[in-house]
Design a protein around this ligand. Structure first.
Ligand SMILES: *[C@@H]1O[C@H](CO)[C@@H](O)[C@H](O)[C@H]1NC(C)=O
Ligand SMILES: *[C@@H]1O[C@H](CO)[C@@H](O)[C@H](O)[C@H]1NC(C)=O
Ligand SMILES: *[C@@H]1O[C@H](CO)[C@@H](O)[C@H](O)[C@H]1NC(C)=O
Ligand SMILES: *[C@@H]1O[C@H](CO)[C@@H](O)[C@H](O)[C@H]1NC(C)=O
Ligand SMILES: *[C@H]1O[C@@H](CO)[C@H](O)[C@@H](O)[C@@H]1NC(C)=O
Length: 595
C-alpha cells in the first residue's frame, strides 16, 4: 500500500477530512436518478443513502457477511470479514481487514487473505484467530479447492482448513499475511463430508498434553457435528476419533464457537482456560434455518467431550444470542479489558435489486460483551462500553404514567441514529392474558398473532421507533406479559410489519415478527428495562439488561433522518410507568474510510 504507519496521527487527520467530504456527498440527494425513471418514488426511498448504517461496522460499499478472526494485538483490535470487493451481492469473497483502537472507530486496510494458492484458489471462507503461546497470532480459515476441475462446467469443490501467519510481527496493523506452502493443514479425511467442512474455531491449548485443539463445523446426513482436531505444532493436525459434540436433526453446523465463561462475574476468560469455576459455551449457526443457537455446559478434558447442561436445550428450541437478524457470530477474548466480545452479522432484508442499487449490503452488529447470567442458565450481553463515546445530545423522561392506548412522543433529539434506554414499571399483573403453551418454543409465531397493535392485558408496551408523526410507519419493540399455570411469561417482540411503505417490501416479503421470551420474574421485581440502538435501518434491542436481544433490519420510506420519531406506547389494559427514559443522539464514528 506504500503508506508508512509511523505517521498514523497525520493519516488519521487526513482520513477525518476525507470522511467529512464523503459525508457531504452522502448527504446530497438525487444519487439514484436512474431508478426514479423506472421505479416508484417509494421504492427509491428504500435505496436512499439516508438508510445507510452510520455507526454499525461496514465498509463504504459492497457485500459483507461473517465476521472473521477478531483479535487484539499491540494496542489494536482487528476485525476481518467476508467481503465481496466488486458488488453488493455474495461472491469473490476475500478476508477484508480493519483495525481500531476502541471497537467503534475503524480504519480499513487492504484485504488480509485472498484466493491465490492451490489450497484456496476458489475461495477464502470463514475462520478464527488464535494467539499462540509466544504471542504470535495465527489464522485458521477454510479454503475452497477443486477436487476435480477437468470439466469447467462441473467442478467438484471441496473444503480444507489452512493456516496463515503475519509476515511482520512488529507491525501492529498486521497488514501482510503469509500462507505457508504446507497448507492445507487439515485436508479432507475419511468420514468427513468435503462439502460440509468449514469455519474453524479459535484453538485452545492444554498444557497437560501440550496439544492444541480446534473444532471445525460439519454434518453427516442431518447430524450437526463439531469435528475435533489436535496438534502439537499448529501444523500437523490429527482428527480425534470422536466429535467434541454432535446433535441429530440439526443439519450443517456453520461457524461453531467454543469458549469458557466464568461462573461468577463479568470478566471474560481466555479461550484455553478451564477447570474450577468455569463453564463452557458451544454456539453453532444452523444453515437449515439461518439462526444461531448456543448451549452452556461442561467440557470434560479427560474425555475431550462437551456436554450441554440439562437446562440448555440442545436443538433449535435452544437459547439464542439474538432472536432476530444475527448470524455467523464469533467471540474473542480481549486481554486489554479482560472481557469476551461477541461479533455477529446482520444481512439486508430488502431485495437483491435494491441492494445492487444502493451498492451496499450487510453490517456487523455492535460488538457485545458476553458473560454468564448468575442463574448459570444463559448468557448476558451488552454493547461494549466504548459505544457511549458516541453519545451526544440527550433527553430524559422520568416517572411518567403511560395509560392504555397512549403513545407519547419523546422529542427534542433526532432518533434515526440514537441510543435509547428505558425502564418500565409494571405494578399490576392481574390483567395478564393467558399463555398458550403451544407457543412455548415459537415466540416468533406468537408475536405474529400478538403484534404491537393487538390490544392486550399487561402490554404490549414499549417503543415505536423509526416512526412517522402519524405512526403510518413504525417499528415496535415491546414487552407483553402472559400468565401460565405456574408463572408469568414475558414476551419480547420486534414487530416490523408497519416499518415501511415501500411496495417492494410493504406487502409481504421478509418481515418476521422476531421475538423471544425474557427470563424474569415480575412478581419479584416489577421493573423491566429495554435498550434500543437505532441506526437508520438497524434496530438492535436489549431486553432486561441483556437477557433477551433482538436485532432487525427495517427500511422506512418516510421515517428517515430528521423525520424519524420515537414514541413510548401502551396498548394493554393497565397503566404502565416509565421510571426513567434516557435517549442520546449518537455521533458518526470513523467508519472504514480508506477501503
Ligand atoms: C414522485 O415524486 C414526484 C415529485 O414529488 C411526483 O411528481 C411524482 O408523481 C412521483 N411519482 C410517483 C410514481 O409517485
Ligand atoms: C475428473 O472428472 C472427469 C470427468 O469430468 C473424469 O473423467 C475423471 O476421471 C475425474 N478424475 C478424477 C481423478 O476423479
Ligand atoms: C515491520 O513493521 C514495523 C512497524 O510498523 C516497520 O517499522 C518495519 O519497517 C516493518 N518491516 C518490514 C520488513 O516491513
Ligand atoms: C455432504 O454435504 C453435501 C452438501 O451440503 C450434501 O448434499 C450431502 O448430502 C452431504 N453428505 C452427507 C453424507 O451428509
Ligand atoms: C437474511 O435475508 C433474509 C431475506 O432474504 C433471509 O430469509 C435470511 O435467511 C437471511 N439471513 C441469513 C443469515 O442469511
Amino acid at each position: 500500500m506504500g503508506i508508512t504507519y509511523r505517521k498514523i496521527g497525520k493519516w488519521m487527520v487526513m482520513l477525518v477530512l476525507l470522511w467529512i467530504s464523503c459525508e457531504k456527498t452522502e448527504g446530497s440527494h438525487v444519487v439514484h436518478m436512474r431508478l426514479q425513471e423506472t421505479d416508484s418514488n417509494v421504492t427509491l426511498a428504500v435505496t436512499s443513502p439516508a438508510l445507510k448504517a452510520a455507526y454499525h461496522f461496514r465498509p463504504p460499499n459492497n457485500w459483507i457477511n461473517d465476521p472473521n478472526g477478531p483479535l487484539y494485538y499491540k494496542g489494536y483490535y482487528h476485525l476481518f470479514y467476508q467481503y465481496n470487493p466488486k458488488d453488493a451481492v455474495w461472491g469473490n469473497i476475500v478476508w477484508a481487514h480493519s483495525v481500531s483502537k476502541d471497537l467503534i472507530n475503524w480504519i480499513a486496510l487492504k484485504p488480509a487473505i485472498e484466493p491465490s494458492k492451490p489450497f484456496d484458489q476458489y475461495g477464502c471462507w470463514s475462520g478464527s484467530a488464535t494467539i499462540l503461546l509466544d504471542g504470535t497470532p495465527a489464522i485458521l480459515y477454510t479454503g475452497i479447492i477443486a477436487k476435480n476441475d477437468t470439466d469447467p462446467n462441473n467442478i467438484l469443490w471441496t473444503q480444507v482448513q489452512n493456516v496463515a501467519y503475519p509476515k511482520n510481527l512488529s507491525d501492529p496493523f498486521l497488514e501482510e499475511w503469509d500462507k505457508p506452502d504446507y497448507n492445507p493443514v487439515i485436508p479432507i479425511g475419511p468420514g468427513v463430508n468435503g462439502t460440509a467442512f468449514r469455519d474453524p474455531t479459535t484453538a485452545w491449548y492444554s498444557p497437560e498434553d501440550k496439544h492444541w485443539r480446534v473444532v471445525v463445523g460439519s454434518k453427516w446426513d442431518l447430524k450437526g457435528q463439531a469435528l475435533l482436531y489436535r496438534s502439537k505444532d499448529f501444523k500437523k493436525w490429527v482428527k480425534a476419533s470422536h466429535t467434541l459434540h454432535a446433535t441429530r436433526g440439526t443439519g450443517m453446523w456453520e461457524c461453531p464457537d467454543f469458549y469458557p465463561v466464568s461462573v461468577k462475574g463479568l470478566l471474560g476468560l481466555d479461550t484455553s482456560v478451564k477447570g474450577k469455576g468455569v463453564k463452557h459455551v458451544l454456539k453453532v449457526s444452523l444453515d437449515l434455518d439461518r439462526y444461531e443457537y448456543y448451549t452452556i455446559g461442561t467440557y470434560d478434558i479427560t474425555r475431550d467431550r462437551y456436554t450441554p447442561d440439562g437446562t440448555s436445550k440442545d436443538n433449535k428450541h435452544g437459547l439464542r444470542y439474538d432472536y432476530g437478524n444475527f448470524y455467523a457470530s464469533k467471540t474473542f477474548y480481549d486481554p486489554e479489558k479482560k472481557r469476551r466480545i461477541l461479533w455477529g452479522w446482520a444481512n439486508e432484508t430488502d431485495t437483491v435489486p435494491e441492494d445492487k442499487n444502493k451498492r451496499w449490503a450487510g453490517v456487523q452488529l455492535i460488538p457485545r460483551t458476553v458473560w454468564l447470567d448468575p442463574s448459570g442458565k444463559q448468557l448476558l450481553q451488552w454493547p461494549v462500553e466504548e459505544l457511549n463515546s458516541l453519545r451526544g445530545k440527550q433527553v430524559s423522561v422520568t416517572s411518567k404514567k403511560v395509560k392504555p392506548g397512549d403513545h407519547l412522543e419523546v422529542g427534542g433529539i433526532q432518533t434515526a441514529q440514537a441510543d435509547v434506554e428505558v425502564t418500565f414499571d409494571v405494578s399490576s399483573l392481574s390483567n395478564a392474558e393467558p399463555f398458550d403453551p403451544k407457543y412455548m418454543y415459537d415466540a416468533q409465531a406468537f408475536c405474529k398473532i400478538k403484534g404491537a397493535d393487538v390490544k392486550g392485558g399487561v402490554g404490549p408496551f414499549g417503543l415505536y421507533v423509526l416512526a412517522t408523526a402519524d405512526l403510518q410507519e413504525k417499528t415496535a419493540v415491546f414487552f407483553r406479559v402472559f400468565k401460565s399455570e405456574d408463572k408469568h411469561v414475558v414476551l419480547m417482540c420486534n414487530d416490523p410489519t408497519q416499518s415501511t411503505l415501500a411496495p417492494s417490501l410493504a406487502e409481504n416479503k421478509y418481515k418476521p415478527t422476531f421475538a423471544g421470551y425474557v427470563d424474569v420474574d415480575l412478581t419479584k421485581s416489577s421493573s423491566i428495562s429495554l435498550k434500543t440502538l437505532l441506526d437508520h435501518s438497524v434496530v438492535e434491542s436489549f431486553g432486561a439488561g441483556g437477557k433477551t436481544v433482538i436485532s432487525s433490519r427495517v427500511y422506512p420510506t418516510l421515517a428517515q433522518g430528521d423525520n424519524a420519531r420515537l414514541f413510548i406506547f401502551n396498548n394493554g389494559a393497565v397503566d404502565i410507568k416509565v421510571t426513567k427514559l434516557d435517549a442520546w443522539e449518537l455521533k458518526k464514528p470513523l467508519m472504514n474510510i480508506g477501503a
